[in-house]
Ligand binder design. Sequence first.
Ligand SMILES: Nc1ncnc2c1ncn2[C@@H]1O[C@H](COP(=O)(O)OP(=O)(O)OP(=O)(O)O)[C@@H](O)[C@H]1O
Ligand SMILES: [Mg+2]
Length: 375
Amino acid sequence: MNNQTAIPGSPDNPLDEIIGLSPAIRRVKSLIRQVASSDITVLITGESGTGKELVARGIHYLSGRKREPLVSLNCGAIPEGIFESEIFGHEKGSFTSADQRRQGYFEMADKGTLLLDEIGEMPLQVQVKILRVLETGRFLRVGGSREIEVDVRVIASTNKDLGSEVTYRRFREDLYYRLKAVNITVQPLRERPEDVIILAEHFIQEFVRKNKRPEPIIEIGALDILSRQYWAGNVRELKNFIESLIALSHGRAITTEIVRMHLGNDQGNPNLPVVVSRPTADLDQELIYRTLLELKHEMNSIKGLLQQLLLADQAEVGYQFSSAEDVEAYSLDELEKEQIKRALIDFEGNRRKAAKALGIGERTLYRKIRQYNIK
Ligand SMILES: Nc1ncnc2c1ncn2[C@@H]1O[C@H](COP(=O)(O)OP(=O)(O)OP(=O)(O)O)[C@@H](O)[C@H]1O
Ligand SMILES: [Mg+2]
């Protein structure tokens, strides 16, 4: 007799939740299988909506910890001032409003897995402490003097480029290297268009089953258009799109025409591989911006090398060299400021949307608006 109790949210085969047959998705699944059983820290990267959370679930539910809690903490949603006490807990009386001892997320996840979601948003002073827990498994509650020992497997995820966060000194280099030792990257949906059709069909069936509706037929041409879209919001955006399509189709076939109409804008040249739904001006800007970012990366690596050389020379001759870093940082700041201004204009001042489009957290955006004094 089977006397195991089902854990809510624990799927029979966690990898079945991740739909897709592209080489990129197969690679992700194979990596999950490889790392799941160990306690090694994993960094999951990828644009928003690519399925990073599913990857984290996959790792947890394939691991020996699957019957223990999977605790997820969205680092972007916690105010900086209470971050430390949220994550490590606090002792009674450690600050004015602390009238009770409180467990932090690390203790809640004991024996299980802690997902540090949007780790790029974690305040620097907390990053030091996280590194320490990763190394020793121990920490202090806020206001505490006794070390607490936990057995927690940490998974971190981010849609940011942590490497460039390190360059800007917004993310600690030591923690970055520690995290990126095992890195699973989920490709944007536009780079694996072969997954779009199977995902679309999956979401249609899922929606129909949940809402007890008849399953509509979807035309091949409609699927073809979907697989050529840019999908800036990746699988999440595709899922929402399918749901609204079905709601609008009233059980009738989903035709190419309906999909075109619902996408709502000029499809441009249907022979273009992807990104057909975006105006060319947008694309140009995006390309320019990407190129600039790539240049920035390269410049940063060169800068790093130069600095090492300078430091070595300095040590030898005992002379202080000055660096061009401040000048460069200035022009990069200008670039970033422009990007933010443009995003705010594009989204008519809606900071949530602007932050999303810029791939940064809302709190970071607020900080930058203040820093650059953007009106
Ligand atoms: N390969 C996939 N198969 C099935 N569903 C998927 C897949 N990828 C993503 N999804 C679905 O898309 C939505 C977004 O996925 P998820 O929350 O994992 O994204 P994310 O990468 O964590 O995004 P964010 O950075 O915004 O937090 C969820 O509803 C998820 O179930
Ligand atoms: Mg997520």
